[in-house]
Design a protein around this ligand. Structure first.
Ligand SMILES: [Zn+2]
Length: 385
């Protein structure tokens, strides 16, 4: 599978024995930073291509600079404005610099967990020996290049749930997600893809079940994490087990909000699910099927497994699947049944949504369809330009 995908982005040789990254100096002369002390703000851009960050390892960046103004420049390490992590003092010239001087500044920082969107603006003081201190703005762009993940723990009453998030792009076009933890093939499929290409995805961890359980003062609740994105859905999923009350509703709403927050970074949402034979398949969307009200358009490839299919809110994706002989449903935006699922939410909010659904154990097919979906989103984006 990996050989098939072929793009490797891990660069372990860049880490030395101390756990620091080797100095990284942008080779492009355009990356040279010129300090003009006549201006108040200078900006150093460490672009995504030029910068690398690890969650658990310390890193340092070096870049060349040149002093262009007539006034002498003296670098000072200064506490970051609004935070505790600059370590600008790793290495920089300690003597006054004059016009025409050039050299190298190194910024060091410890490994840590970062939160999206991975672009941190830091301000450092450059003393130009004038009465005013100039501000040097350092924009640090981070890029995840390993399998590191962010764990977000959510408290639901007396219980907890963890969102496991693999985030790699500062502006991802697509966020992949799994909502049903027992649909393990789909989580595995995301991991297989993420081994080879930089995708952003997350899933929920709460004991391996489909439903999320929580309690408050000994009262038990159980909700389907794919039925909580509308008020109707939240009420219905709690009422399934006669557990509806104000607290249950608040917790369902809270979980939905947290998931939507994680999805906001992406323009396309691609969810992955698994089913078992003989309960739910593309045939459920036929006129006599119990999902018929959700069907806008339908294409069935008679020679494909009916349990493996695409469900989408996007016309282009529907037509592309049909072209490529993949089972596909286009959601009916008029007659859909509001069960509070993410696809309904996306339909209501005009968000681009694709569900890659396969039978449990169809890992290879699910990987193929995930890659297919990513490719089609790229085609769609090209047409939009
Ligand atoms: Zn599912």
């Amino acid at each position: 599978m990996k050989a098939l995908l072929g793009v490797l982005i891990i660069i372990p040789s860049m880490i030395n024995a101390q756990g620091w990254m080797n100095e990284y100096i942008p080779l492009d002369p355009a990356n040279q930073v010129t300090f003009d002390t006549k201006t108040i703000n200078d900006t150093i851009w460490l672009s995504r291509e030029d910068s690398l960050a690890y969650r658990s390892k310390s890193t340092k960046y070096s870049f060349p600079f040149k002093v262009s103004a007539g006034e002498n420049v003296m670098f000072h390490y200064s506490k970051r404005i609004g935070g505790a992590d600059p370590d600008f003092n790793c290495d920089f010239p300690k003597r006054p610099l004059q016009k025409g001087d050039s050299g190298k500044i190194t910024i060091c920082f410890p490994g840590r967990i970062m939160t999206p969107p991975y672009v941190h603006t830091q301000k450092y003081v450059v003393n130009s020996n004038s009465s005013e201190r100039d501000l040097l703005v350092v924009n640090r762009h981070f890029k995840w290049i390993d399998r590191d993940t962010i764990h977000t723990k959510l408290s639901l009453g007396d219980s907890a749930l963890v969102i496991i998030e693999h985030a790699i792009n500062s502006k991802p076009d697509i966020i992949f997600l799994n909502l049903h933890e027992n649909e393990a093939t789909s989580i595995d499929a995301l991991k297989v893809v993420a081994d080879s290409i930089p995708i952003d995805y997350f899933y929920l961890e709460h004991g391996g079940e489909r439903r999320v359980g929580f309690s408050k003062d000994k009262k038990q609740y159980s909700i389907d994490p794919n039925r909580i994105y509308t008020e109707l859905g939240r009420v219905a999923t709690l009422e399934e087990n006669d557990q509806f009350d104000e607290f249950g509703l608040n917790m369902s709403n809270y979980l939905a909000e947290q998931i939507i927050l994680k999805l906001r970074r992406g323009r396309f949402i691609i969810s992955v699910h698994n089913n078992t034979p003989d309960n739910y398949s593309i045939e459920s969307y036929l006129p006599e099927g119990n999902e018929a009200a959700n069907t806008g358009k339908l294409f069935i490839n008679e020679s494909a497994d009916p349990d493996d299919f695409i469900y989408t809110t996007n016309h282009f994706v529907f037509e592309a699947a049909k072209r490529d002989q993949i089972n596909v449903i286009l959601q009916n935006e008029e007659t859909f049944v509001d069960d509070g699922s993410l696809s309904i939410y996306c339909g209501l909010m005009d968000k681009q949504y694709i569900n890659v659904e396969t039978e449990h154990g169809h890992l290879e097919e699910q990987v193929r369809l995930i890659l297919w979906a990513k490719q089609v989103v790229e085609e769609f984006n090209t047409l939009q330009k």
